[in-house]
Design a protein. Structure first.
Length: 131
């Protein structure tokens, strides 16, 4: 059961990574966004990013929202710059290039899962061969 999970997880991670790389944000246009809410989350597993920040932005008279974690409390109403996917304006990032890092990490994680399983199978077969 664990092997099936790892195979599915590995394939999913690689798919996510490839999709993220196709969505290279390095050339996405910028737009001004407004902080809609910023709240402290004591349950955050990352002590450096305890604030959950939601922002809103507008593209072609349509309102969109995004979310990120931050290390400081941004006040409601503050303005920030975000970058949005011109093909899908509901997708946005805080800085250009974020999708490339996510893509590479996704592919590496998937390869580690699948490679570890493959190596385990090869090692098991080598130790079970008659000598």
């Amino acid at each position: 059961m664990i092997k099936i999970f790892l195979v599915l997880f590995g394939i999913g991670a690689i798919y996510y990574g490839i999709d993220a790389l196709r969505s290279d944000s390095s050339n996405w246009p910028s737009v001004e966004a407004t902080i809609a809410s910023s709240r402290y989350s004591a349950s955050s597993s990352d002590p450096l990013n305890n604030y959950e920040v939601e922002y809103a932005y507008q593209v072609n008279n349509t309102l969109y929202s995004g979310y990120f974690k931050n290390d400081s409390n941004l006040q409601t109403g503050n303005k920030i710059t975000v970058y949005y996917d011109p093909k899908s304006p509901s997708t946005s990032v805080r800085s250009r290039g974020e999708m490339v890092l996510s893509g590479v990490l996704g592919i590496l994680l998937g390869l580690v899962c699948l490679g570890g399983l493959g190596w385990g199978e090869i090692k098991a077969r080598m130790t079970n061969q008659p000598k």
